[in-house]
Design a protein around this ligand. Structure first.
Ligand SMILES: [Zn+2]
Length: 235
């Protein structure tokens, strides 16, 4: 069993590094995607502010057009009134029309002024998001470049370690032990073996019973930690 343990320790030395590298290769793109999503949400907010301001300006234009039409109608009514100066009943009706048109104009103007200040708030928001996006994009492009470099380095290291690992797959490791070892590497964050020191597991720091300690010392079979499942070894 000592040969198996030694062979597994030789593998473990590489597998811990391989595990960390694979973790890094997974983590870095995830972090980059999260940062991208943050910027994209800023872009969506900027576009929304832009859209709102635009819609308000369309409304302002409509109100202005309505006022123009109302003014034209006022002039028309005033002309008609000038021509029918002696008809008192008509004069009253014309006055009433003019009054109502002037009221329309003043309401449209008030609404227009309100929309102008609303649109200005959206303009400010848009400008604020624009500045934030610009700064974030700059940082992101820097970060993204670093990620690319780090990923390339990690991929290079990983392929070297994987090559080296093949040379360490020893015939001293029987298939059952290998399956157990591989499962533990996956489930125990790249560390399948634990040193036993003074009856204490150096991975999870539980104290093991004497009989278990004796079994590890005898070295006839692989002995696993009762708490963290890792395979024990002595130095
Ligand atoms: Zn343990």
């Amino acid at each position: 069993m000592q040969d198996t343990i030694h062979a597994l320790l030789a593998l473990q030395e590489l597998d811990h590094q391989i595990y960390s590298l694979r973790d890094e290769l997974r983590r870095l793109p995830e972090e980059r995607a999260a940062r991208r999503a943050q910027i994209d949400s800023l872009i969506a907010r900027r576009d929304e502010a832009h859209k709102q301001a635009l819609e308000l300006r369309v409304k302002i234009k409509e109100l202005e057009d309505m006022s123009t039409i109302s003014r034209q109608r006022i002039r028309k009514v005033e002309n008609e009134a000038a021509m029918a100066r002696n008809d008192m009943a008509l004069q009253a009706a014309f006055q009433h029309q003019v009054k109502s048109l002037k009221k329309d104009i003043s309401m449209a103007e008030e609404q227009g002024i309100a929309h102008v200040s609303e649109a200005e708030v959206f303009d400010k928001d848009e400008a604020k998001y624009k500045a934030e996006i610009e700064a974030a994009e700059k940082l992101f492009s820097e970060f993204s470049g670093n990620v690319e470099r780090e990923l390339a380095v990690a991929r290079g290291k990983l392929s070297e370690l994987e090559k080296l690992r093949k040379t360490r797959l020893s015939p001293d490791i029987n298939p059952d032990s290998f399956v157990l070892y591989e499962r533990l590497v996956q489930t125990r964050e790249g560390v399948a073996l634990a040193r036993l020191e003074d009856r204490v597991c150096q991975a999870c720091f539980i104290q093991v019973p004497v009989n278990l300690y004796v079994r590890v010392a005898r070295g006839n079979a692989l002995v696993q930690c009762p708490s963290c499942d890792r395979i024990f070894y002595f130095e």
